[in-house]
Design a protein around this ligand. Sequence first.
Ligand SMILES: Cc1cc2nc3c(=O)[nH]c(=O)nc-3n(C[C@H](O)[C@H](O)[C@H](O)COP(=O)(O)O)c2cc1C
Length: 605
Amino acid sequence: MVRGSVDYVYSLMSTENPIPSTRPGAASADPVDRIIHYHARTKHHFNRYARSLGFLDWVNQPDPFRRFDGAQLISLPLLKPDEEPLSSAYEAIYRHGAVPCQPVSLRTLSRFFEFALALSAWKKAGESEWALRSNPSSGNLHPTEGYVVLPKIDGLDLASGLYHYAPKEHGLELRSEFPHEHVARLLSPFPSDAFFFGLTSIHWREAWKYGERAFRYCNHDVGHALGAARIAAATLGWKMALLDGVDQDTVAMLLGTDRKTDFGEAESEHPDCLTVVWPGNIMSQASNAERSGRSSLPLILDTAIVKELAGATWNGKANRLSQEHGVHWDIIDEVADASWKTQADSMTVSVRVGLPLSSDTLHASRMTSDAGPSAGQIIRQRRSAVAFDGKTSISVATFFHMMERVMPQAEFPQLERPIPWDAWPYDPSIHLMIFVHRVEGLTPGLYCLVRDNRKLSFVQQAMNPELTWTIVPGCPDGLPLYCLLEGDARKLAVQVSCHQDIAGDSAFSFGMLAEFEGTLRERGAWWYPRMFWEAGLLGQVLYLEAEAAEVRATGIGCFFDDPVHEVVAIKNLALQSLYHFTIGGPVEDRRLQTLPPYDHLRPHS
Ligand SMILES: Cc1cc2nc3c(=O)[nH]c(=O)nc-3n(C[C@H](O)[C@H](O)[C@H](O)COP(=O)(O)O)c2cc1C
C-alpha cells in the first residue's frame, strides 16, 4: 500500500471513538462554547450514533402539514406546466436579465410556491402514500414552513398581510391582515412590488426521528428551501436577498411564531429567516439612485413598524402534529437558544439601477446555450436517488460545470453573483472534499474545491501537510480544484457516510467542510445555523445540476463526523464537515408507484 494513496488512508481509519472532548460545554455562559458542545455531542461515531429514540414511534409520527385552523385559505391556481407563466430554459436562469420579468400576481405567486415548496409527487407502496416536494428534506420530514408578507400590489387581488403557505392545499392561509400603509412603510426601502418571504422550522418533525442531531438537519433544510425559493424566483425574473441584518425577535414577531396563544399545545415554530423578493426589472425607487446609477438596499427591517404590525388581529390556531412526544430533546432548545440572533446588524447590499449587470457577460460566457429542458421541468423532476448503479460515469466537462455552479464568484458585488449566491450576503465559507469515483478524464481519488481561493492556505494548513494539492489538468480558469490523493475512494466514501452505498456507487460524492471554530468565534454563535444554510443552498444547486446532466443526486446527512476529518487529518475544529452529497446514475425503486402532486384537489369526473 502506497503512503499518500487513498488505500493507505483507508487502512489507517480508526474504528474507535475519539477521546471525549474536554472543552467547556453546556454549562458555559459563552454561546459559542454551547454551540461547540452541541456540535461535538451530535457527531456520529463508528460505534455510537448521536442520541435519538433508536426506533420509530409510528403512532406519533408528526403530521407533515401545518395548518392554522380558522385562518382563511386562499387557493393558488393549479397551473399545468404549459400554462402561463412558462419557465424559460434551465440554463437561462443563471444569467441575470435573461429571464423576462413577470409581475407579481396570483399566477406568478402560484409558480413561485410550486417551484419552491409545493408537492411534486405522491409515492405509493402498498397502502402507504407520502408526498414529495420541490424542496428535499432529511428523512422527507419537512420541518420547514414558508410565509409571505404581501403589500397591496396592482393586479394582485389579495389583502396586505402575513400568509402561511399550505403545500397540500397549494394555498395561502391569511394569518393576519396588516394595514397596507404599515406594510408599505416597511417595504419602502425596497423596489416596487417587493414582498417578504420567510422560513420557520418545526424542530419536532426532525427530532421525532433523528433526536439530538435534528437541529442540524432542520438547518440543512432551511438552506435547501432558500435555494429552491431563489431558483423559483429566478424562473419569474425576480430577485431575492436574505435579510440577515434582522434580529431573530423581529423575524418571530413578523411571522407570528412568538404568538403563544396561537400555538397553544401545538408544536412551536422556530423563526429562521426573512428574505425580500422583487421583480428584477424594477430597481430602487429612490430618485437619487436613478441619477447615480447605484443604490443600496438595507438587509434589515424597521423593528418599530414590525411591532405595529404585530398588534393587528391574528387568525388561526396551529394544528398539533403528534398526539404525544415520547422524548423532548432539550438540547435542541438549548442550541436554538444559543444560536438566536439577538442583535440587528445594519447590513446593506449594493444595487445597480437600470444598467446591465457587469457580470452578465462573464456568466453568459460560462454557459453553453439556452437549448435544453426548461427550468420548470428540471425543478419538477428533481428527486433524491435511493440507490446508484455503480456504473454510470459523467464527463469531466460536466463535473467541472457542476463545480463552477457552486462557485459564488465572490469578486462580484452580491446581487451580480450567479444565482443563488446573489441572495446570500456572505463570502463562501464551505469547501468541498470530493471522492471522485467515475468521472471520465479524471483519475479517481480525493479532490478539494476551495470555494474561495483566498482561503487556500487556511484550508491546506488545516489538513495533512503530505497531501499533494496538484492543480487538476484541464480545469477551467479560476476554478480552484485540487487533487489531494489518487486511488479508489469508493470504500472510504461508503464507510464514512454511515456505510451508505450511495456514497460509493455514484460518480462522485463529497463532504462539505465549513470554516468552523474561527468563524463562530469571530461572528458569534448565530453563525452556526448559517453554515448549514450555505451547505443546503449548495446542495440545492447540485440537486438541479444533476437532473440537468441526466444523472441524480442525494443529500447525505448521516456521516461519521470525525472519521471524515481523519481522511485528510483535520485535527481540530478549524474545519468541520457539515453535510455530504452524492451524484451519479440512479437506480429506480420499481416497487414504488408515482402519482401526480395535486390530483386530490382536482375535480374527478
Ligand atoms: C439534509 C438532508 C439529508 C439527507 N440525508 C440522507 C441520507 O443520509 N441518506 C439518504 O439516503 N438520503 C438522504 N437525504 C435524502 C432525503 O431522504 C430526501 O430528500 C427525502 O426523502 C425527500 O425525497 P426527494 O428528495 O426525492 O424529494 C437527505 C436529504 C436532505 C435534504
